[in-house]
Design a protein around this ligand. Structure first.
Ligand code: 5GP
Length: 132
């Protein structure tokens, strides 16, 4: 069965899309640690990130770098943190989280934002990405 992220990429499940290229897709985490928390995933479904081929892994990381730069411009923060867990969804993904301190990274603290706010943030990151 396709992962929930494959179904998002296929458009079967809605998301707040941020960016995509030939091999990768980025969208807002539904329960963000901070406004702008973005997930970056390879379109080719693979559970464990370190099982990706070298080419897929490099492609994903380079895409994540461009998305992170756009995120940092769209959402004021000191740093964009990058983290890989994969304990919940068996489809490789990188969390990009805008932070101002170490305490801002806490995978036990998830929030939900109003749909209009999520759409606004996704649009702001997407515009920065497109102009990069
Ligand atoms: P992990 O697998 O790295 O432990 O966490 C998976 C992440 O995916 C979580 O932060 C969770 O909030 C997010 N997530 C799970 N299901 C969905 C979904 O259907 N849509 C979106 N946008 N994010 C999801």
């Amino acid at each position: 069965m396709a992962s929930i992220f494959s179904r998002i990429i296929a458009g079967e499940i809605p998301c707040y899309r941020v960016a995509e290229d030939e091999n990768n897709f980025a969208f807002l985490d539904i329960n963000p640690m901070a406004p702008g928390h973005t997930l970056v995933v390879p379109k080719h479904e693979t559970d464990y990130i370190f099982d990706l081929s070298d080419e897929q892994y490099l492609s994903l990381q380079l895409f994540a770098k461009r998305v992170a730069k756009a995120l940092g411009e769209a959402v004021p923060c000191k740093r964009v943190a990058s983290a890989v867990l994969g304990m919940e969804v068996p489809h490789a993904h990188i969390h990009l989280v805008p932070i101002n301190s170490e305490a801002d990274i806490d995978f036990h603290k998830k929030h939900s934002l109003e749909p209009a706010r999520m759409a606004e943030i996704a649009k702001a990151i997407a515009e920065k990405y497109e102009n990069s």
